[in-house]
Design a protein around this ligand. Structure first.
Ligand SMILES: [Fe+2]
Length: 252
């Protein structure tokens, strides 16, 4: 099964091609780290996780590809890309392609996964887990894998630049906690500590945790070198070291 779209390695079912075409048209020129290739990688990671778990592969594929579809408009419209308006728009725009193939009930599961995939919060007490269904957990894990490893680092700097964040500040708030519902703040470097290093703790699924381990190690390696070159004295590597092994939910 060949396809004419860039970055896609997996075979695509025929019915899915118009869906991919719309995503390519919308996200092809993004420069914030949420471009078409991100949507494709989340789709492929979600499918990989779903296959390992014996979960619904087509729901994972569709949710993965569409999860950031309205992100680009977020700034102009003020409507968050997983909020009720975005979900209604996704339902309207993609129903003609998706429902004949997945059915209405499975398309609703896709939309539910997208609506909930950013619903998490770190706090000083730890990470708030919600009892999400497997479709949501798979999408969350796939999207989180994209935030770490070499690609995650590259995307983090793209995102920081697009939002006017400095690369690093002299005074870094190591105690700040990432909240997806707040505007980006601090520096790109700070984002490693407020979110990226914590991702290993919050993976939902066993396949996700396994795929996370190598990417987490690469984050640590990058930070070690970055802090050395930047001569950042307040080295936090020891603190980060406790996170080198992804933990299960019960450990957190
Ligand atoms: Fe994403």
């Amino acid at each position: 099964m060949s396809n004419q779209f860039p970055f896609i390695r997996m075979g695509l079912p025929e019915w899915f091609r118009p869906v991919v075409g719309l995503v390519w048209g919308k996200m092809g020129d993004d420069a914030t780290g949420h471009d078409f290739s991100h949507a494709v990688r989340v789709m492929e990671l979600a499918v990989e996780i779903a296959e390992q778990l014996g979960a619904d592969r087509d729901i994972a594929m569709t949710a993965g590809l569409l999860h950031d579809y309205y992100r680009k408009e977020e700034k102009q419209t003020g409507q968050i890309h997983y909020g009720p308006e975005a979900i209604a728009n996704l339902r309207r725009e993609f129903s003609p392609f998706v429902i004949p193939n997945l059915g209405a009930e499975r398309f609703e599961r896709v939309l539910e996964a997208i609506a909930k995939h950013e619903q998490f919060a770190f706090s000083h007490e730890g990470y708030y887990f919600e009892n999400f269904g497997l479709d949501v957990q798979i999408l969350q894990d796939a999207d989180r894998l994209e935030a770490i490893g070499a690609v995650g680092i590259a995307r983090t700097f793209m995102f920081g630049g697009a939002h006017g964040l400095p690369m690093v500040e002299e005074d870094v708030r190591f105690d700040s906690m990432f909240n997806p519902r707040e505007r980006p703040k601090g520096s790109v470097y700070q984002h490693f500590y407020e979110k990226l290093l914590r991702i290993a703790e919050i993976m939902n699924t066993e396949p996700g945790r396994k795929m996370c381990a190598e990417r987490h190690q690469f984050l640590l390696l990058f930070l070690q070198e970055f802090e050395k070159e930047m001569k950042i004295k307040n080295l936090k590597m020891l603190e980060a070291h406790r996170m080198t092994q992804p933990m299960t939910k019960n450990d957190t």
